[in-house]
Design a protein around this ligand. Structure first.
Ligand SMILES: *Cc1c(COP(=O)(O)O)cnc(C)c1O
Length: 409
């Protein structure tokens, strides 16, 4: 084997891996083309009078085994629908995780509630139920759990905790379609499950979102919130409460219906590729593969590196990327509470509202900070990876490990 590519050696791979950024790593076929054409030729692109989005809502509810599904314009919108259904008073608190997309957190602030961050598990990066329990106060209204990278959070325990305290449990399933959880699927143990159809998720319409719930009142409130509080079903020209327009279009709805038929295959193929990778790195010292009890759906493939092996996580990621295997050290720049919007409380004018009495200091969630700064190495994952692709990924990890862990020792 030659030296590391970053030092002038031959890269493990010179052709790009399949990627969600183009057709190599997306399954858009004739059905999606027909769906888009069907909508365009119909002349009706709005779901207010169309048929595709209502059909999608029924089909998605059926896939999840849920009583109700409501479509909307993004995963962030889906989470905003959920927070709006919780209906916090200004200053009420919602407990969530510091490791996620900001789409989990900003909807809390948009409803004038305060995000409270609980620390995470050191291997999965998912919320630690003990930390959530310690964060509950008389002002807590809900918990928003994220199934990070496709590995279900301890959602059964979180539901028990929420039931004890009378809290709403929202599941952010943007990265976890069809992930087994408890005796059902992620999204079905909490009161509300939220999904994203953004470009990089398991299935996509470019942008889009879906929520599921069994609760008819929550479903009605979310449907109204996505449509300016306007109860069209009863034909009243009225606006019942403060709300926005988060409607999905018929184009997105029709494409998503076609994507939905591919979802199980996407998950199965991502799992097959991941199992091969995990077997290939099983005995590497200081490298922990994602724990999988048949429940990981691999939105991405997260490794935990012992700092003794990766003295510099970002250097490791750069070395892998130079080998032709894109890798992301840390996933985020900082925990979400370290982003300027939260750290400096840049909200409404100069008010800092509703965070005027809140601070998010460094050290708030030490395990999350340690993961992001030192341990969490994330590889993009894809349903179209071949066995050769996965073998290249394994070869590159082993190569970087052999050089950089020696340097560390
Ligand atoms: C992608 C994502 C979101 C936001 O979804 P958008 O459709 O991009 O708004 C929220 N939470 C998580 C965990 C995500 O991965």
């Amino acid at each position: 084997m030659t030296g590391l590519a970053r030092d002038g050696g031959t890269p493990v791979r010179s052709t790009p891996l399949p990627t969600v950024m183009d057709s190599t790593g997306r399954r858009f076929g004739d059905e999606e083309v027909k769906a888009a054409e069907r909508v365009l030729r119909s002349g009706m692109l709005s779901a207010t009078w169309g048929t595709e989005v209502p059909a999608l809502e029924q089909e998605f509810a059926d896939v999840l085994g849920a009583g109700h599904a409501v479509a909307c314009s993004s995963g962030t919108a889906a989470l905003h629908l959920a927070v709006a259904a919780v209906d916090p008073a200004p200053g009420d608190e919602i407990i969530t995780t510091p490791i996620s997309d900001m789409g989990t957190v900003f909807p809390i602030l948009m409803q004038n509630a305060v995000p409270v961050f609980a620390d995470v598990d050191p291997v999965t990066g998912n919320l630690d139920p003990a930390a959530v329990a310690a964060a509950v106060t008389p002002r807590t209204r809900a918990v928003m759990a994220v199934h990070l990278f496709g590995k279900p959070a301890p959602i059964v325990e979180l539901r028990e905790l929420c039931d004890q305290h009378g809290l709403v449990l929202v599941e952010d399933c943007a990265q976890a379609y069809l992930a087994p959880a408890g005796d059902t699927l992620a999204g079905r143990i909490g009161h509300i499950g939220c999904f994203s159809l953004q470009q990089t998720k398991h299935i996509s319409a470019g942008d889009g979102g879906l929520v599921v719930t069994d609760d008819a009142a929550l479903a009605r409130r979310m449907r109204l919130f996505a449509d300016k509080g306007w109860p069209r079903a009863t034909n009243e020209r009225d606006y019942l409460f403060l709300a926005l327009n988060y409607r999905m279009t018929e184009l997105a709805g029709a494409v998503t219906r076609a994507q939905l038929t591919r979802l199980a295959g996407v998950v199965a193929d991502r799992r097959t590729a991941a199992a091969r990778a995990t077997a290939g790195i099983a005995e590497l010292a200081g490298v922990t593969a994602p724990p999988d009890s048949g429940d990981h759906v691999y939105w991405q493939y997260p490794l935990i590196l012992d700092p003794a092996v990766a003295c510099d996580l970002r250097e490791w990621a750069a070395a892998l990327t130079a080998e032709g295997i894109p890798a992301n050290g840390g996933y985020l720049t900082s925990p979400l509470y370290g982003a300027p919007a939260l750290r400096d409380r840049v909200t409404y004018g100069h008010s800092h509202f509703p965070l005027q009495d809140v601070e998010y200091p460094v050290g708030l969630c030490p395990t999350a900070e340690d993961l992001i700064d030192h341990r969490l190495l994330v590889l993009p994952w894809n349903e179209n990876y071949t066995t050769e692709d996965v073998d290249d990924i394994v070869t590159a990890i082993r190569k970087v490990h052999s050089v950089l862990s020696k340097e560390a020792g």
